[in-house]
Design a protein around this ligand. Sequence first.
Ligand code: ATP
Length: 752
Amino acid sequence: MSIFKLLSRSAKPAQASPAQTLPSSGAAANPQLFGHDERNGSHKDTTTSKKRKRGLDNEDSASALPADIDFFGGASRRTEETREDDAKTRRTEHARHSTDDPVSLGREDGGADTVEAYDEEESKRILRSHKLKIVVLEDFKAKEEEAPTEKKKKSKKRKSKNDVADKKKNAKQQLYPQPLASFAELRTRYGISRRLAENLREQGYKVPTEVQLGALPLLLGKRTGDSNSSTVTDPSGAGLAGDVDLLTVAPTGSGKTIAFLVPIINALLSEAKTSNRSAGPRAVVIAPTRELASQIVNEARKLAKGTGIKAALMKKGMEVVERAEDNVSEEANDSPEPSDEEHGSASDDSDTGAQMVQQPKRRKRRAELVKADILVATPLALLNALKLQDDKFADLPSIRHLVLDEADVLLDPLFREQTLALWNVCTNPKLRVGLWSATMGSNIEALTTSTLTARWTSLSPPPNVPRPPLIRLVVGLKDTAIPNISHQLTYAATEQGKLLGLRQLLHPTMSSSTSTTPSLRPPFLVFTQTIPRAIALHSELLYDIPPQAGGSTRLAVLHADLGAAARDAIMTRFRRGEIWVLITTDLLARGVDFRGLNGVVNYDVPNSAAGYVHRVGRTGRAGRDGGVAVTFYTQDDIPYVKNIANVIRASEKLRGVGEDEGSVKQWLLDALPTPSKRDKQMLKTRGVEARRRVKDGEGRGKGRISTKSGYERRLEGRKRGAMIASRGLAEGNVERKAIAAVSESEFEGFDE
Ligand SMILES: Nc1ncnc2c1ncn2[C@@H]1O[C@H](COP(=O)(O)OP(=O)(O)OP(=O)(O)O)[C@@H](O)[C@H]1O
């Protein structure tokens, strides 16, 4: 039975019936990914800890964690009985605070009535069990203090060297800040705005994910109601108090967006009274694609609802700063003005929700000045808006918070120049920077450090504020795919084999549905290497979905050559469940969050291991189980596929899958060649060459995908076959070869 026919049986064909448990859909039981080792007793027993004293004495060391933190252990293995125990414990905790309303704990000023802080040992244990590692990557202040000391004390060179070594050691010191036990603590312990806390609760977030558990305390800094002080530093004594630049590496779908937005919105709210809101945006979030930027704006708006904080997506035609030429033109106001067409029309911005300020007396060309507190943009869109006549860029001194989402790609050669230019126009000495991604090479760390230093020393006048440290937070193993998805690495030999494999996924046969490997169910994404290949694959599959299941409307292609409106429309239809199979390029590989996505097909292998991590990370988000990632590879891909096989192996290891049971067996790893550095670089920049050489529709090369649908080609094939047959098949080999060629190209698909 075709999955499409099955799905189309429901009253609303666009959605699966509730009875069907589509793997990645629905609410995530537990958004956290790690912590199972707690149960194995790998950590120290904490019988004496404060939290344990609060009614958890009978549980083993893992369960000794507060219920809200111990979801890991619980996620896969917790019994009904222990769940009930946890619920009781939670109720007891709430009773202690005389309310069941998590966000209303504490007073308006955020004081009193908070749970006790963890001691350092317990903080360490919790952070370790959730695979969080936080280190001071660069303690610039200590370094600056160290420099003159070294100069002056030449005679004590040896001693000085020891000092430097000690300080270096300290600079890489590991931190164990208080982990965030629940979102309620954001209000009670960190005193975030009541409205912000309510907005978080309204969205149903209860348990913080690992990255939130570690990053929010670091970024919010100030803690209220702790026993010794209302404003305290972290227990490690690093003196952070929220004033840090942060580089975060955390798995895909682990909730990084909330982790960077909450502290920004909260800071903007507390600065609101003192800051000049008309001076321009105060926070900028840069993302590599328009789709991701628009998603971040939506998230920010939900979190900032009712707070007065505005978030806007940077669009064509928006102005961010008033420029000198605007003022000049004010005087020449009556003279004819150039057309404003190059900046797009105002209606383009109608869905942004940003307040556009009309400047009636100004030059028409610069008619709109965005008045948003948080501006979200792709690098080029923002740079274009800042471009001055002399090819320089206008400064943005109002920006206090800069976030680079998907920082590794933003600092990759493709975007590096633009991103650094934007970083440099943020001239506020109190600028705080956040770099976030699921993958981060060490070159990005080095680039971040050098950029921070270059920027700091170039500030004029020299800043009279302390220089914040650069902290690195890593969740889990760096550059690894999330453990909660099933991987399938499938050798398809040729392009035809891949097409056959994809059709098999669209129309699973009985034998494949009873096989042990999990089957892929719509909605899913299909990634190709290039735009022409995405377009061609879309044409090829256009009529593969039966009309009774919605036909060709269930299939769509999304790529960067489409206009903004078309891209938005496809995204909306896919999110609504109207499109079931979306063929795309790496445009959607990063950041984009489709909650109900059941799987990902790498029709063409990704260009790097990081590419694989991001692509497959579109499924299994927020801890959801059951997502499937299928990767086809051909003869042409063999030189490059080992990196991907290694990522799969590491992810399965995290999941606890044994070496013999995983989808990548040792013999395969041994057989695959290790790509050279040069090969990797070539792959990253150009993709698999064979697929570039053969352009869409040209000849019958091995990299070709037909631009005609399979259905159309079948019809043509039948006609041709009939003609050949009518000429008489007995005429010899020539015709037989022709028939063979036709039938090779006309795969019939899998019927029921
Ligand atoms: N604490 C939480 N509990 C449940 N769901 C959460 C929580 N935090 C975030 N989410 C949900 O998890 C999903 C993924 O979040 P988000 O897009 O921020 O992930 P990400 O870490 O930025 O991923 P990527 O690396 O792919 O960009 C979103 O749908 C978000 O609403």
